[in-house]
Unconditional design. Structure first.
Length: 381
């Protein structure tokens, strides 16, 4: 059975069932039962109308479960006008399902897990492996999220900003185990972009593509991090860069700029430079200034401080960093940026100390190893 077909159709069938007024958790169970039935019945290939087949079987499973409840007759009457077996409606309900899974009532962690499960079609085990948690823990998280969204009005307009934030969080988890979460986030954002005519949706898709294009060059053969200015740019994916730039230009041309479009513009300037020395830092700084007019994000301001250091010198960059110290607290990137700027200013002992502090606060092994090596490098010099 074609797993790619199943991953596309299962969310659509689930969306239709929930839109018809069925409980989210019950509908999701019915879809899973229908998928099991498909594995047993389809053999070498799907039927002529696989979506209609899954919808019919899932609907039958749902009705079987409902017959055991006291409200059987009322629910069956409500479903009596629905089409019977045959070709399913062509309207794609994946978009509505995505908005439901990204409901503002859910925590970001719960929204990510439920989105990957219900919309992405990943198994609970795959999601658990990607986030390095036990399968039982992830199963509980998904179950709680299902209970939270059950009974929520499905037709209620969703908040695009919330959906974009969840998709970007998924993208930034990168990839681990057997699941490429960055690739999955791009796939889901493509679906959203096809159905949602918003410049910021296109901006996020462009941003993902422009960052994902550098993936092959981000680590060496041992898995060690390689910073942007040291990467082999011949390993960047030119097709993804070209697509990202094309999508970004179309979005910016609509003159409804948002934070994802601006971040994508910054990423495009990095991708456009054939060498690190050719990077257009003045233009990047200008984009960061515009970004901070839209969002008072201290992490974006920290990235701006790096650009200030490149344009006006490391001491100016350090001044910009210190203005953020109280807002960022012990964030490891604060010390990492301090280290970089102090090294450029020739303060090698101070830079080594900041690299050491950043390593102690790093959130993953690859970052910690990289920062530790930088501290050792400067101390040995």
């Amino acid at each position: 059975m074609n797993e790619d077909v199943i991953r596309v159709l299962a969310p659509q069938v689930l969306g239709i069932l929930v839109r018809r007024g069925n409980d989210f958790a019950a509908a999701e169970d019915a879809v899973q039962d229908a998928l099991l039935e498909a594995h047993r019945s389809w053999g070498e290939g799907p039927p002529d109308d696989p979506k209609g087949w899954l919808l019919t079987v899932a609907g039958r499973k749902l009705l079987d479960a409902q017959r055991s409840e006291a409200a059987r007759r009322r629910r069956e009457d409500a479903l009596s006008d629905e089409p019977g077996p045959g070709p399913a409606a062509q309207a794609d309900d994946t978009l509505l399902l995505l908005f439901l899974c990204c409901h503002p009532a859910l925590s970001p962690a719960s929204a990510i897990a439920l989105t990957l499960r219900a919309v992405g079609g990943l198994t609970t085990r795959q999601i658990a492996e990607a986030f390095l948690v036990p399968e039982a823990t992830m199963a509980q998280r998904i179950s709680r999220a299902k209970r939270m969204v059950s009974g929520r009005p499905f037709a209620q307009p969703g908040d695009v900003a919330v959906v974009l934030r969840v998709l970007y969080l998924i993208f930034n988890e990168g990839y681990s185990g057997r699941v490429d979460l960055a690739g999955e986030a791009i796939r889901l954002t493509r679906q959203l972009a096809l159905a949602c005519d918003e410049a910021e949706v296109a901006g996020l898709l462009a941003l993902m593509l422009l960052h994902h294009a550098r993936r092959a060059a981000r680590t060496d053969e041992h898995g060690a991090l390689i910073p942007l200015d040291k990467q082999d740019r011949t390993r960047w994916n030119e097709a993804e860069i070209a697509e990202g730039v094309r999508i970004l230009q179309a979005a910016l041309g609509r003159d409804r700029r948002g934070e994802y479009q601006i971040q994508a513009a910054i990423a495009a300037l990095h991708d456009d430079a054939r060498t690190a020395e050719e990077t257009d830092w003045p233009q990047i700084l200008a984009w960061y200034n515009e970004l901070l007019e839209l969002t008072d994000n201290p992490v974006a301001a920290l990235s701006r401080a790096i650009a200030v250091g490149e344009v006006d010198g490391p001491l100016a960059g350090l001044s910009a960093v210190e203005d953020l110290a109280t807002r960022l607290g012990n964030h490891h990137r604060l010390d990492a940026v301090r280290a970089r700027l102090h090294e450029r200013a020739g303060h090698l002992d101070i830079a080594a100390e900041h690299y050491t502090r950043a390593a102690a606060q790093a959130r993953n092994t690859a970052e910690r190893d990289y920062l530790t090596k930088q501290a050792a490098r400067l101390r040995h010099r």
